[in-house]
Design a protein around this ligand. Structure first.
Ligand code: SAM
Length: 404
């Protein structure tokens, strides 16, 4: 199947099909009419012109990001610390800056600016999350960041010295509008810093569960150079981040405004050497993904036959891809444990496994825990040490299917 690129309208060739999938953050309540659940086809392709890897079908943004969107940045202690550090890094050494965040969610990043009395504005369409941001002293405009919105912000507040965005630029099919907006809003010597999942890490770890409805684009240094160029921006630095299973912090500026760090050319060369953009490499990733499914389903069926009780840990957006792609229902995974109150008492998207709070998990409550939130493994295993000490075992599927 070929379609046209969300970035440059070039031809996109499919290399992976993860089948019919629900929205990854839409948790139905037990009494809901489940026949009304929204499904779409989760497939990935690559543009042969600009190399951008992208979803072939994108659910409408308003269905994903709305008043009651449940994800909260503050849900992870690691992410709270991460964003506090990034905020300090970006604010230090600037006199009276104006900082804008695209996808400010519950204000976890901007609270540092608010606490220091720094002029700031978050933009995010998720209204309930914005209320939590307001409770942290963070100003949020409840809307999608687009070029017209950026021009309003510019008229009202003046140019931004820093535009920051995490896990949002790669989530929006209208990415060109976001970037034109950033270019309009950014002061001549301002920086645009964005952190997003890295295609190279997804391929290296066979992290097929990074492919979800919200992850519309998978960035590489090469594809980001082209994306920024279209808006008159230039990639000036890259830094690998260990968070969320492997991300890159991209730093951009107006073209010609800042010298590019050596790390940019180094990463471009590394991507060429590893063949990150070669269709054969992408197809090889698709084949390894199918292998992981076979191995995980075989393991869970064996455990069921042995009478073991298996629960999932982390009703993450990523878990929806794994559960629906592998056909994991309550007969194989009896419950999924999650600390997010908005998900508890509900059912997992598409596969309808009950979501229970962490209090329902502990020594003796299950024989195996399937670690859906593998990107927070250290934090979770430390918190749930008693489960393993009592003989409980963790099951992983990234980078390989394994039992700890
Ligand atoms: N930045 C936070 C973080 O990294 O933890 C939240 C990430 S969450 C996955 C994505 C956020 O981006 C959601 O709060 C969503 O409402 C918001 N969002 C999606 N599209 C957006 C857009 N075009 N402009 C602003 N926010 C957007």
């Amino acid at each position: 199947m070929a379609t046209s690129c969300l970035v440059c309208t070039g031809p996109v060739t499919q290399f992976l099909d993860l089948g019919r999938q629900p929205l990854s953050d839409a948790f139905p309540a037990p009494g809901d009419d489940l026949s009304r659940e929204y499904f779409f086809r989760l497939a990935l392709g690559q543009c042969s012109t600009c190399t951008m890897v992208q979803l072939l079908e994108v659910p409408p943004a308003e269905r994903m990001f709305h008043q009651t969107y449940p994800y909260r940045s503050a849900g992870s202690a690691v992410m709270r610390e991460h964003f506090a550090r990034v905020a300090e890094l970006l604010l230090d050494g600037r006199t009276d800056p104006f900082v804008v965040e695209i996808g400010s969610n519950d204000g976890t990043f901007l609270r540092t600016a608010a606490e220091r009395g720094v002029r700031h504005l978050g933009v995010d369409p998720s209204g309930d999350a914005a209320l939590e941001a307001a409770a942290r002293g963070v100003r949020v405009r409840v809307d999608f960041f687009t070029e017209p919105l950026a021009r309003h912000v510019l008229a009202e507040h003046g140019p931004a010295d820093v535009v920051f965005s995490a896990n949002t630029v790669s989530h929006d099919p209208n990415v060109n509008s976001i970037l034109r907006g950033v270019a309009a809003l950014l002061a001549p010597d301002g920086v645009f810093v964005f952190e997003d999942p890295y295609l190279g890490s997804v391929l290296a770890n066979t992290a097929f569960d990074q492919i979800i409805d919200e992850h519309v684009l998978f960035f590489s240094a090469r594809s980001v150079v082209g994306l920024l160029h279209r808006a008159g921006l230039e990639l000036v630095d890259v830094e690998r981040l260990p968070v969320h299973g492997g991300q890159i912090r991209f730093t951009a500026a107006h073209t010609g405004a800042r010298p590019a760090a050596a790390a940019v050319d180094e990463l471009l060369a590394e991507e060429d050497a590893l063949g990150v953009h070669r269709m054969s490499r992408l197809r090889e990733f698709a084949a390894r993904t199918a292998d992981r499914r076979r191995a995980l389903v075989a393991l869970l069926r064996r455990l069921r036959a042995e009478g073991a009780r298996v629960v999932g840990y982390g009703a993450t957006a990523k878990s929806a891809t794994v559960a629906n792609y592998c056909g994991l229902g309550p007969e194989l995974v009896s419950a999924v444990i999650d600390a997010t109150p908005a998900k508890q008492g509900r059912l997992t998207p598409g596969t309808h496994i009950p979501v229970l709070p962490p209090e329902a998990f502990g020594p003796g409550t299950a024989d195996y825990a399937l670690l859906f939130a593998w990107n927070h493994a250290e934090e979770i295993m430390a918190k749930e040490r008693a489960f393993a000490e009592a003989g409980g075992r963790w099951v992983r599927y990234v980078p390989e299917v394994s039992v700890d």
